[in-house]
Design a protein around this ligand. Structure first.
Ligand SMILES: [Zn+2]
Ligand SMILES: [Zn+2]
Length: 253
């Protein structure tokens, strides 16, 4: 099994190491049919993409796409969960400039209100040492579900990374909103159990590299091995065949 497109890669526009062209060249060398440039959105400390930069990145993505005709180069952003009420740091107006919108929980992202830090990130810190309490897992899960319901989201990135969640509940929300749940090779989430729970709730999956260096673009060994072990196929994972993919926000590829 191999992925045919990588919808989650970073560049120097946030804190990746390479350029848009570097990511495209590496994706092309693996025979991928598409690669998305999905840098961190504005509330990622120090490196987040400011809204006025989106047009600059779009120009770059378009130019690289013209240069390398055998691969589709797409523009996206990886938005942050910035409140327990489902707010993200990409406005709908800005999201409309993108091909794909990813959303993920990041421990260090600036929250919308001071009190919001006590609901998710501070508990994320405790996650480093122990599993979140049952009450906190409900809070985490509700925040992510609120995000999916409040915003049209194409991909939920690395669910369960630095935050414990109820995969069945999140899987159900993904199924209802048409959001693909990422199996993250970089962060190694969700594991087997989480995938099973989300799968039973009707979720569809996407396997991405979350590469922060060009050489890692398209490299998803951990996720692909797990998927194979579990007997998953193109029926459950949208980007392991050449079948067209229809994203929640409308991209068809
Ligand atoms: Zn991320
Ligand atoms: Zn990422």
């Amino acid at each position: 099994m191999k992925i045919t497109a990588d919808f989650h890669t970073h560049t120097r526009y946030s804190h990746g190491k390479g350029t848009v062209e570097d990511n495209a060249v590496n994706a092309l060398s693996l025979g991928l049919r598409a690669v998305a440039i999905t840098d961190h959105a504005r509330n990622h400390p120090l490196v987040g993409v400011k809204p006025d930069k989106i047009d600059v990145i779009r120009k770059d993505v378009t130019a690289v796409g013209k240069e390398y005709k055998n691969i589709r180069v797409l523009l996206g952003l990886e938005a942050n969960v910035i409140s327990p009420r489902g707010d993200i740091d990409v406005s709908e107006e800005d999201a409309q400039k993108l091909d794909v919108l990813l959303v993920g929980f990041h421990l260090t992202a600036y929250q919308k209100k001071l009190t919001d830090y006590f609901r998710l990130p501070f508990n994320g810190l405790t996650h480093i040492f122990c599993k979140n309490s049952a009450k906190q897992i409900v809070r985490n899960t509700d925040a992510i579900i609120a995000c999916l319901e409040k915003n049209k989201v194409d991909v939920l990135t690395h669910p369960g990374f630095r935050i414990d969640v109820d995969y069945a509940e999140i899987g159900r929300a993904c199924a209802e909103t048409g959001t693909f749940m990422e199996i993250s090779s970089r962060h190694r989430v969700p594991g087997r159990e989480g995938i099973e729970q989300a799968l039973n709730a009707g979720a569809k999956f996407i396997i991405n590299s979350d590469a922060h260096k060009p050489v890692y673009v398209g490299k998803c060994g951990w996720a692909l091995s797990l998927a194979e072990e579990m007997g998953l196929t193109e029926n459950e994972i949208v980007n392991v065949s050449d079948k067209p993919i229809r994203f929640a926000r409308g991209l068809e590829i």
